[in-house]
Design a protein around this ligand. Structure first.
Ligand code: TXA
Ligand code: MG
Length: 310
């Protein structure tokens, strides 16, 4: 069911979940200070309880009592918020964030999103909103309200804010000590480096620091074959640039070879192919620089979901 902002506020005040548009992907939001509300998120998503959630705020100041800021975090927040950046910081001893939302960790992931509808909702909530992507755990991320309605068979109310601008999740940076990237995402690491005045950033995604950086994730229901240079007649093709001939159905990530456009259409493209009658999805090779890094990360995890299957 599609709902408006006022209806969403009522649902949230009842400690229930609402799907919301963000500039990255749709989120499944609830009151981040209330265990009961956060528990609903884990239950609805089927999310493992050890995988913590990102807390969303209307303004960095609203997170003042929840985290311990560092100079690097301040600089990045100043440069990129509101926007597709998530900061991991130490939990403030006085924080009221539900321990369930942070999976009992001593750290918290926070973000100030840019989507005007989500920003307005946050402004009107007297609490931050915990929100993972609005997909069943391990599946494709939603970039359209219709995806959310389809994934949850219409059981989750959604605010329709149109297609997501970036189409790929926020970049997560652990800022507790020397900044390092826990998840590549919509914000480029070269832009982060420029603000921090450094040459390169370390990537770090071992389980334990980014518990959600699971090897298998973001998966369609059909097997995925990467770096395809030929395509079979029973396959659906996710094309980059000029499409390979011979596929049963073709979806183009970007006909002109634009990575920004490819990120925007990635999950929608996978979703369309997943709904088509093809047996398997073949993905053409695409560059691994800039936004291509985040796209590769998602595709590799999606393919890993089928590594042990045939
Ligand atoms: O763009 C986004 O970030 C979207 C929108 C809705 O804001 N949200 C999103 O949430 O992608 P989710 O739950 O799908 O992914 C959040 C990731 C998970 O991999 C989780 O493990 C990690 O953030 N995370 C959350 N809290 C953390 C923490 N304290 N330390 C390290 N990683 C954390
Ligand atoms: Mg997710």
């Amino acid at each position: 069911m599609r709902i408006d902002l006022n209806q969403a506020l009522e649902v949230l005040d009842q400690s229930d979940v609402v799907a919301v548009p963000t500039e990255t992907v749709y989120g499944l939001a609830s009151n981040g200070y209330a265990d009961r509300a956060v528990e609903r998120i884990y239950r609805v998503k089927g999310r493992p309880i050890h995988n913590p959630l990102i807390m969303h705020y209307c303004h960095p100041d609203a997170a003042e009592d929840d985290v311990i800021w560092t100079p690097a975090a301040k600089a990045l927040a100043q440069a990129f918020w509101p926007g597709p950046l998530t900061l991991v910081l130490a939990r403030h001893p006085q924080s009221r964030i539900s321990m369930l939302a942070t999976a009992g960790l001593a750290s918290v992931a926070i973000r100030v999103p840019a989507h005007p509808v989500f920003a307005e909702l946050l402004k009107r909530c007297p609490y931050p909103l915990a929100a993972p992507s609005a997909n069943p755990s391990g599946r494709l991320s939603p970039t359209h309200a219709d995806h959310v309605l389809a994934f949850f068979k219409g059981t989750i109310p959604v605010i329709d804010g149109g297609p997501c601008q970036y189409g790929i999740e926020s970049t997560i940076v652990d800022c507790r000590q020397f900044p390092r990237i826990l998840r590549p995402g919509a914000l480029l690491d070269e832009d982060i480096c420029a603000v921090l005045g450094i040459q390169a950033l370390e990537y770090f995604s071992e389980e334990g620091v980014a518990p959600g950086a699971l090897k298998a994730h973001y998966a369609p229901t059909k097997p995925l074959r990467l770096n395809a240079v030929t395509v079979g007649p029973d396959e659906g093709l996710l094309a980059w640039g000029q499409p390979l001939p011979g596929a049963m159905v073709t979806v183009s990530l970007s006909p002109t070879g634009d990575l920004r456009e490819a990120a925007q259409t990635l999950f929608q493209g996978l979703y369309e192919l997943d709904c088509s009658p093809c047996r398997q999805i073949a993905v053409m090779p695409l560059p691994n620089q800039g936004l291509g890094q985040a796209i590769h990360d998602r595709l590799q995890r999606a393919a890993a979901a089928f590594e042990n299957s045939d």
